[in-house]
Structures are given as C-alpha cells and as structure tokens.
Design a protein around this ligand. Structure first.
Ligand SMILES: Nc1ncnc2c1ncn2[C@@H]1O[C@H](COP(=O)(O)OP(=O)(O)OP(=O)(O)O)[C@@H](O)[C@H]1O
Length: 268
C-alpha cells in the first residue's frame, strides 16, 4: 500500500468531442510534467482503444490481465480489492491504470447498473487520497464511460486541435458538461481549453486560435500556452515515453512544461 500523500487531490478529465486532437498526448505529457514537479500522479486510460496504455509503452494492451474494465467490474459486483490492483509503474514516475478493448463491453453493461454514472467515482473515492493528481484520458465520445469520468472529475481539460473549425463539437461537449454539473457533480468545472498542434507557419492555425479566444475567452479559461505541431510529438507514442524524455530541449517539451505550470498555478 502506498503512503497517503494529499487529501486535496485534483481529478482532471481530458475530454474532446473529436478524436485525434492530441488528447492522449496531452494527458501523458501533463502527467509527466506534474510528476517532474514533484506530484504523485495516476493516469487512468478510460478509452477502450487503449491509446494511452500503448503510448506509455504497453503496445499490446489486449494482453494485459488487469485493466480499468476489471476494476469497474469489481465495483459493480461489490468485490473488495487492493488499491494498487492493476496499477502499472511507468519509468518516468507516474502510475497508469491501463485499458484495452474489454472496456468497450462496460459501455453496454453499465447501462443496466443502478448507479451507472457513478461507478468510476466509487473507485476514485477509494484511491484519491494516495495521489496529488488523477488524470483521466477519455474516449472521443459522450458515452457512459465519459459521463462516469465527468461525474467524478473536479475539472475538465478540453484539447482542441487548431486545424479545423471546432465550434460545433465544443458546444455539444460544453452542454454535456453543464448537464453533468447540474445532475451529477456540482463541483465540476472546466479547467480550460488547450489549443493543440498549432502550426504557426499557417494563417489558418492563427485564425482558429483567435476564433476560440473570441468565442469562449470570456466564459472559459483558455490555456495561454498552446501546443505546437511537431513531428517530435508524434514520435513519442511509439517510444512509450514523454516528450520530456524524447526531446527535452524541443518546443513541444517547453510548451507542455509551461502548460503544466498553468495547471499547478490553479491549485486551490
Ligand atoms: N503536437 C503535436 N504535433 C504533431 N503531432 C501530434 C501532436 N500531438 C499529437 N500528435 C499526433 O496526432 C495523433 C493524435 O494524437 P492523440 O492520440 O494524442 O490524439 P487523441 O485526441 O487522444 O486521439 P484519440 O481520441 O483518437 O485517442 C497521434 O498520431 C499523435 O502522435
């Protein structure tokens, strides 16, 4: 059993309405950024694709015997289990609760469970005192697994790729967050919109960033630091390491470092 670290832990859900926007990459690098700042961090892969699990070096998530699906099943079946069940220790100092395709079955089986939106919350309540930060990487859909993440999170971080008009998907996600806040989790806040994959050589990326600031800037926090587009960022998932290890002096490491500082500054 690990030592108790912080009763004021923060649970951050990384959610987006669209896939491929840099959500998993941001989750991994924010987690490692926080660990490098001395925080005890758990990342939970809440996506049946297991992209974050693969990104952290477990290239065949389907071979893992214990995953988030196991934990959620235990909660539903009221089985008792150790807090460290299924937790994998990553070389860069973060803990990972992995996921694989088994999690897609939960999306369906949760529907028939009485407190179906609060299953992940029960698990988080059991373990949160052991961590300073728990980051949940959600799948790009607003299904039951994402609702479970929103129901137990303190804040949502929304990565938005600066390469298409995101407004429609964002509106839907923001409406869902509002609904979850009213019905399931009064303390849920939007921690911020993170603009990702910014190619500063194009006017288009600048236009999108400006559009996001103009449309949402007065009601939602937008991270001052956006994440630049770089092939170095795209390489990390195959390496199973963060950008801080893969390209420590590059612009993406610098950006995630600054973004991590913004998250730390918001500590209450
Ligand atoms: N800053 C960046 N510059 C260039 N490529 C990036 C950057 N960030 C992420 N990528 C690449 O873009 C792709 C999508 O990123 P990522 O998997 O993080 O997105 P996602 O939103 O989590 O997607 P999904 O929801 O499908 O899992 C990946 O191939 C990733 O390596």
């Amino acid at each position: 059993m690990k030592e108790k670290v912080n009763k004021d832990s923060r649970v951050l859900a990384l959610c987006s309405q669209k896939g491929g926007v840099g959500k998993t990459t941001s989750c991994v690098n924010l987690a490692v950024g926080l660990a490098r700042a001395g925080k005890k961090v758990l990342v939970i892969d809440n996506d049946p694709q297991g992209s974050m699990t693969a990104s952290l070096g477990y290239q065949n998530p389907d071979e893992l015997p214990v995953t988030l699906a196991t934990i959620l099943t235990n909660v539903v079946e009221e089985e008792t289990f150790e807090n460290d069940l299924g937790i994998l220790a990553h070389q860069e100092g973060i803990d990972l609760l992995p996921a694989n395709i088994e999690l897609s079955g939960m999306e369906v089986s949760l529907v028939n469970f009485m407190s179906r939106e609060l299953v992940l919350k029960q698990y988080i309540e059991q373990i949160r005192h052991e961590y300073d930060y728990i980051l949940i990487d959600c799948s790009p859909s607003l299904g039951m697994l994402t609702i479970n993440a929103l129901a137990c999170a303190d804040e949502v971080i929304i990565p938005v790729q600066a390469a298409y008009l995101p407004v429609k998907g964002l509106e839907q996600l923001i409406r869902t967050i509002g609904k979850v806040r009213r019905q399931l989790n009064r303390q849920l806040e939007i921690g911020g919109i993170l603009i990702t994959m910014v190619d500063n050589r194009t006017n288009y990326a600048r236009d999108i960033s400006e559009l996001i600031f103009n449309t949402y800037g007065n009601k939602i926090h937008i991270f001052q630091q956006s994440i630049p587009f770089s092939v170095r960022a795209a390489e990390i998932s195959a390496e199973g390491i963060s950008i801080f290890q893969h390209d420590p002096k590059g612009k993406v490491a610098e950006a995630y470092q600054m973004m991590t500082q913004e998250v730390l500054m918001d500590e209450k």
